[in-house]
Design a protein around this ligand. Sequence first.
Ligand code: PBG
Length: 323
Amino acid sequence: MIQRPRRNRKSVAIRSMLSETQVKVNDLIYPLFIVDGNNIKDVIPSMPNIFRWSIDLLLKEIEDCMNLGITNFVLFPALEDKLKDKTATYSYSNENFYLKAISLIKKAFPECCLMSDVAMDPYSSDGHDGLVKNGKILNDETLPILAKMSIAQADAGIDIIGPSDMMDGRIGHIREALDNNGHQEVSIMSYTAKYASAFYGPFRDALDSAPKSGDKKTYQMDPANKREALIEAELDTIEGADFLMVKPALCYLDVIHSLKSNMELPIAAYNVSGEYAMIHAASEKGWLDYNTTFNESLLSIKRAGADVILTYFAKDFAKRKMI
Ligand code: PBG
């Protein structure tokens, strides 16, 4: 035999010299859940080691993460039902604890990169990402609400706006609203190809944000479709997005690869709550090894073409790198 591919796998030194893909802590964005109040660290049963934090404890958690080298965070609010209404007014109210948290975090850690969530569902009594009328999710009527929410977050000091709602035209609408309000430097990471996935279950437990009726299939994408992701990617690019995101990640590695091959903007992937819960559940049963399985998952997402990964594994990944 002249060709023996195994020669290039014969030692740790050669294998690491030839390793094609590396995940760095800097590639990762760590999602964090915030609740109003003090001294709260609520357990989320379907997401082990992920908590709903009140802002005082969240600041300590962020400091802990920064000491591990994590600099990027995405924040999600968990609201009491009494603050929710049909038009998500709390999302841009002066009283909003989420907006206060953004300001406090940026004041305490100006060097961190903070990303927001822009969608109606955490604030909506209907639990949908858009306005609901007669059982329909209205598109154009939702856009001004998303714009107001984005401006309020930008005023609070957010670095990256994360529209996760999948309404048509929202990137252009938000970009224009930000620019008209002096926020030309605030970036937009579009949830470009967000699928109507069953893997968001634990996240909806965490925020109590499941739709009260119907499902999200008229706005989130059909898991069967790949070419449709390119239509969304082209529109988001034209409308002014700075990053394009695919979500979930692991069942959609082909979509990540397609966007990476066809588009010039940085590609992000959201390694979602269900993907996190599966590995935890199997490793608790002793059926999978936690550290090697999550590492392999992150590696595969990076190899598929993601430049950035939003992942609940960020802290465990950073801890392992410190050892
Ligand atoms: C909603 C939103 C969802 C997630 C992020 N933003 C859930 C949904 O669309 O119902 C899911 C994240 C995860 O599962 O980790 N705007």
